[in-house]
Design a protein around this ligand. Structure first.
Ligand SMILES: C[S@@+](CC[C@H](N)C(=O)[O-])C[C@H]1O[C@@H](n2cnc3c(N)ncnc32)[C@H](O)[C@@H]1O
Length: 384
């Protein structure tokens, strides 16, 4: 496919996405209906679509409207591409620019790419970092790997990946973190991945996991385990700890046994609503707005509403009130979110401390300015 034909495909996919269909589903349907498109075409089209969703506000401004065509004109302008060459009207290419589309526009403000109703909350939560965060979140997120130290060290992982033309380098956020700079699409088929030497995990999640108080012999519960990212990271740090995973939705934990087997880790599964206990450490990786990860999940950024945010903060409080009953005397509860908002982070912790009289042992708050996703964690200690 020509570059212009790829842009025309992205226009059609974006129109369906803006009408309410999930981008991933539309991309899959498009690929099924256009078997002639190769993997390079599909990857390029996918990149266009996600770039447009991430920068939806600013590209709509630059392109003259919130439509697939407006976003792609905006992207072509933002990236200084040959607008007339792409919008040529030739076979498979988008139609030529109309007179009104061809009119030059003012540069776009980065805040256009952050939901307007949520701007005061980000400014209040992050103060002078808010505007640079919003600008940083216009760019695509890096791909990070976690080296499973139970199986290999980072140098070995880097050289194994290099043999398969995947270039990765260490990242300062965590001793286990590698940033992939080339060959990211080959990761899941690589020998290092298949043999459990590496896992896909954001560097902020790794940094948080590395400050959790875990030691051999401890009993640990990952209370909101989902696919088990935190439980696996903890198992790699302390293979002799007894680690259990729980989630309200058992289906979300279905990949944990296979992931644990690949990593050479042992993780016990608890049934929803039957978490067992008490535990020396309970990890609550709570459901949240995900605002720290919106570079990867741009549709979620535009789907969040004030009501949903309020509902999430209520769910977080409820989870905390259950999880604290599972902590043994002297044990710890690690509360974390991938949110940048004080309502989901600092204020939840302040309310918890006021209500329980527990102490806060440690706190880590990362933003995309640190290089990876936004992430917050607080380690809360129950008295003996
Ligand atoms: C942020 S995700 C967890 C991600 C996971 N820890 C990881 O690293 O891959 C939050 C999880 O909390 C679960 N959840 C939501 N409400 C819950 C509740 N009331 N009790 C336990 N888990 C809950 C969701 O099903 C979801 O899997």
């Amino acid at each position: 496919m020509t570059p212009a034909a790829r842009i025309q495909a992205a226009i059609e996919i974006l129109d369906q996405t803006l009408a309410g269909s999930p981008a991933e589903q539309v991309l899959t349907n498009w690929a099924r209906a256009h078997r002639f498109a190769g993997s390079g075409d599909r990857a390029a089209i996918r990149d266009h679509v996600y770039e447009a969703l991430r920068r939806r506000g600013s590209l709509a401004h630059l392109g003259g409207g919130l439509s697939g065509r407006g976003l792609m004109i905006g992207l072509a302008r933002a990236e200084c591409l040959d607008l007339e060459g792409i919008f040529s009207g030739e076979r498979f290419a988008p139609a030529p620019l109309t007179a009104s589309e061809a009119v030059p526009v003012d540069p776009a403000d980065a805040w256009l790419d952050w939901p307007a109703w949520l701007r005061p909350a980000l400014e209040e939560s992050q103060a002078e970092k808010a505007a640079p965060i919003v600008a940083a979140m216009q760019r695509r997120a890096p791909v990070f790997l976690r080296v499973n130290l139970a199986k290999a060290d980072p140098a070995l992982a880097i050289s194994m990946l290099a043999e398969e033309e995947i270039v990765a380098r260490r990242h300062p956020l965590a001793a286990t973190a590698l940033e992939v700079v080339q060959g990211e699409r080959k990761i899941s088929g690589s020998r290092a991945y298949q043999s459990g030497i590496i896992e896909l995990q954001d560097a902020a999640s790794q940094a948080i996991a590395s400050v959790l108080p875990i030691a051999p012999g401890m009993r640990v519960l990952d209370y909101c385990a989902g696919g088990g990212g935190k439980a696996l990271a903890l198992a790699a740090r302390a293979p002799e700890a007894a680690i259990f995973a729980h989630d309200i939705d058992a289906g979300r934990m279905r990949d944990i046994p296979a992931r644990a087997a690949r990593a050479g880790a042992r993780i016990g599964l608890r049934k929803p609503g039957q978490p067992g206990g008490p535990y020396d450490l309970v990890v609550v990786d709570a459901p949240c707005s995900g605002s720290g990860t919106w570079r990867r999940t741009p549709e979620a950024k535009w789907a969040l509403t004030p009501d949903r945010l309020e509902e999430l903060t209520r769910i977080q409080r409820e989870i905390l009130s259950i999880a604290r009953t599972l902590v043994a005397p002297g044990g710890a509860l690690a509360y974390m979110t991938c949110s940048l908002l004080a309502d989901e982070n600092e204020r939840q912790v302040a309310a918890f401390l006021a209500e329980t009289g527990w102490a806060e042992d440690a706190r880590l708050a990362l933003t995309p300015l640190d290089g990876a996703d936004g992430f917050f964690a607080s380690v809360l200690r129950r008295a003996e």
